[in-house]
Structures are given as structure tokens and as C-alpha cells.
Design a protein around this ligand. Structure first.
Ligand code: TZP
Ligand code: MG
Length: 213
């Protein structure tokens, strides 16, 4: 049984980690309670991803927090990361699974009902659902699905789900009422002056929302 916690999923973007490095951002966010980290760097190339990914694995050692690498299966394997995340336009999940073996966590982005229904729980460990809102962080994002769309997709999903896209602290309550298992953020943590404080606040809200239910 793979163990991972989607509750507060930090997606690292080098364009938004300007004040400090991605590695330092992750260290602070995990100190504040982030439960999962994704390395998402479209410019780095495999060798750049491997260098950053290895430093991230060092920072996460002993924390129980999993490192997921976006898109690059080869880099994920070289880093010995805990998982890999792909989109609908990337390598198909079945092929990713055959390359990484049974033990790596495999996340897949799904933006609509057809994509959620097509997800095979024998291949995919979690779905990233969104974008919930429009966001400048990913200029080429698909149309926003809102909380209603999110609730519908979460209900249909055969695997745990994490929501993404324009999510901030003020959305925690509505977000967790949709039935998702976690909240993924880029700017809410990467662009915050203090990633540890940002993560701590988000995590406290998530936990309090869970206690209320
Ligand atoms: N996929 C869908 S929206 C998005 C990704 C990677 C970016 C989310 O960034 P932010 O800053 O949390 O809105
Ligand atoms: Mg991708």
C-alpha cells in the first residue's frame, strides 16, 4: 500500500520562487506542514531536474513528505523520487507505469469528466483536478471548473484527488466541502514572503475544516 498525504501539496515553480531557491522554499513549507512536494520546472531539462531533485530529496529525508517530479520520468528515476506526475498531453499513464514500476506514486491531471472516467486505478494513484480558478501561474491552463465542477469530478474519481488552480487560504472551507483529499498550490506558498508561515496557516485551516466535518 502506497502511503502519501495530499492534504497540502506544494508545486514548486522556479519562476515564482524568486526570493529563495525551490529547495529552500520546500524546506520552509515542509517545516510549516506541507505534506507533499512536486518539482515542476519546464526549463531545467533532465540534468537540471536531477540536480534540484536530489537536493530536494535530501531536504525531505526523514520527514515522510513525498517528492513527485513533473513530466520527466527519466529524471524521476535518476532522483529516486517517490513519484511522477503527468498531464493528459504527456506520456500516457500506462506507459509511465511500465517505465517506473509498481512502487512509484503516479499522479495524473484531469480537467473534465471524460479524463476522470478514463483514469485506471491500477495505473494511477491520484488525480490532480482543475484548474479550479483561472491562474497566471499556468498561462495555458484549461477552462476553470469552479467548485461545482470540482465536486462533480471528485465524486467520479476512482482514486484520491487534489485540487489545483488559483487556490488560496480563503478557499479552504469551500474546497474541502467538495470531497477532494487535498489542496495543491504554487503561488500561495512560493510567492509568500515566508513559505513556512503560509504553509502553517493553510494546514491549520485544512485541519480545522476536517475536524468540523
Ligand atoms: N495546473 C493547473 S493550474 C496550475 C497547474 C500547475 C498552477 C496553479 O498555480 P497557483 O499559483 O496555485 O494558482
Ligand atoms: Mg505535464
Amino acid at each position: 500500500m502506497k502511503r502519501f498525504d495530499l492534504s497540502l501539496y506544494l508545486v514548486l515553480d522556479p519562476g515564482l520562487c524568486r526570493v529563495r531557491t525551490m529547495v529552500e522554499t520546500a524546506r520552509l513549507a515542509v517545516a510549516g506542514g506541507a505534506t507533499m512536494v512536486q518539482l515542476r520546472d519546464k526549463e531545467a531539462g533532465t540534468s537540471g531536474l536531477v540536480a534540484t531533485g536530489r537536493a530536494l530529496m535530501d531536504v525531505l529525508a526523514g520527514t515522510g513528505v513525498k517528492l513527485i517530479v513533473n513530466d520527466d520520468v527519466e529524471a524521476a528515476a535518476a532522483i529516486d523520487a517517490h513519484g511522477v506526475h503527468v498531464g493528459q498531453d504527456d506520456m500516457p499513464a500506462i506507459e509511465v507505469r511500465s517505465r517506473v514500476g509498481p512502487d512509484m506514486i503516479l499522479g495524473l491531471s484531469a480537467e473534465n469528466e471524460a479524463a476522470v472516467r478514463a483514469a485506471d486505478p491500477a495505473m494511477v494513484d491520484y488525480l490532480g483536478l482543475g484548474p479550479v480558478f483561472a491562474t497566471p501561474t499556468k498561462p495555458d491552463h484549461k477552462p476553470p471548473i469552479g467548485f461545482d465542477g470540482l465536486a462533480q469530478l471528485a465524486r467520479l474519481s476512482p482514486v484520491p484527488t487534489v485540487a489545483i488552480g488559483g487556490l488560496k487560504a480563503e478557499h479552504v472551507r469551500s474546497l474541502f466541502s467538495t470531497g477532494v483529499d487535498g489542496m495543491a498550490v504554487v503561488s500561495a506558498i512560493c510567492s509568500h514572503r515566508a513559505p513556512d508561515i503560509a504553509a502553517r496557516k493553510l494546514m491549520a485551516m485544512i485541519e480545522s475544516e476536517r475536524r468540523r466535518r
